[in-house]
Design a protein around this ligand. Sequence first.
Ligand SMILES: CC(C)(COP(=O)(O)OP(=O)(O)OC[C@H]1O[C@@H](n2cnc3c(N)ncnc32)[C@H](O)[C@@H]1OP(=O)(O)O)[C@@H](O)C(=O)NCCC(=O)NCCS
Ligand SMILES: CC(=O)OP(=O)(O)O
Length: 332
Amino acid sequence: MGFIDEIKAKAKANKKTIVLPESEDIRTYEAAEAILRDGTANLVIIGSDEEIAANKGMFDVTGATIIDPKTFAKLDAYIDKLVELRQKKGLTKEEATKLLKENYLYFGVMMVKMGDADGMVSGACHSTADVLRPSLQILKTKPGTKLVSTFFLMEVPDTSLGSDGTFVFSDCGLEQNPDAEKLASIALSAAESFRTFVRKDPVVALLSHSTKGSAKHPDVDKVVEATKIAQANKPEGLLIDGEFQLDAAIIPEVGAQKAPDSPVAGRANVLIFPDLDAGNIGYKLVQRFAKAEAYGPITQGIAAPVNDLSRGCSAKDIEGVVAITAVQSMVD
Ligand SMILES: CC(C)(COP(=O)(O)OP(=O)(O)OC[C@H]1O[C@@H](n2cnc3c(N)ncnc32)[C@H](O)[C@@H]1OP(=O)(O)O)[C@@H](O)C(=O)NCCC(=O)NCCS
Ligand SMILES: CC(=O)OP(=O)(O)O
């Protein structure tokens, strides 16, 4: 059983309720039909009956709960709560009402906040910024965490790499140019995410265009500093090291040549990218050229799971991210 099948089995055994707010996208219905058939989660689809009838094509989503925000019985309570949460930021009752009636992403996040759903998945037809902004504003970070970031669960065809071909890549979705402190925090969160979802020991590499001092540049200094901070704050026993080029991180012979004294070199399964350019380009390179499965961006450090998708995703990707979100809601 691959890791995604294990995650789906876990989701089925303890069914959670996940919101799919993108009722304008046919992939929502294709994924929903499969999720409902397999019993991976209970689903809420946001939209009016007319919107759903017009957009669902031939897919059968009988069994999903359909909620139209405009006629939702608890809308007033949602508006009051949103105003309470955001009035310091200047949000008025009129603005909150408009946001909740018209922006299904805000409505979906409020369903999670109000305890009417366990998680939300969107991003098939919205940008990452539009998906994550409402959840950062409304849900906030989980206790003990200052930074929300994201990761991808990557499954590459070459099972000699990583953990039987499975990797966590981070951050490929949110933090645009993390400083050393933030990069260290991303690395430690990603290690925890690997343990949660892959259920094996993480081996964490902080990536760079340099391996152990082979290049000199302020960008390299940032990764060296982040590695020191992460090592000083890591849980006991966690293997975490840097700075490495990608080949030194994952290929044993190259790791042995370039960083012979590192316990991480050549065997990393958690790859930490120095910034969002590297992370976002990096995961898409692996997904498209190596034909890897890429599930994400999954949030880490957030108070409740709201997860994103790439606009290039397939319905199968949505199914995977819904199962991951359901499992995340069990551990958060
Ligand atoms: C997610 C993102 C939209 C947030 O930035 P923004 O819209 O400018 O919003 P702000 O900086 O005003 O932040 C909004 C709220 O989120 C919070 N926030 C932003 N980033 C955060 C983080 N990493 N962790 C925790 N909270 C965060 C802010 O504190 C703010 O809270 P407040 O409104 O209560 O004060 C921005 O980081 C972004 O665009 N990231 C890149 C996304 C992307 O394009 N990815 C590539 C494709 S995957
Ligand atoms: C994760 C990501 O890159 O999302 P998109 O392709 O939608 O920009």
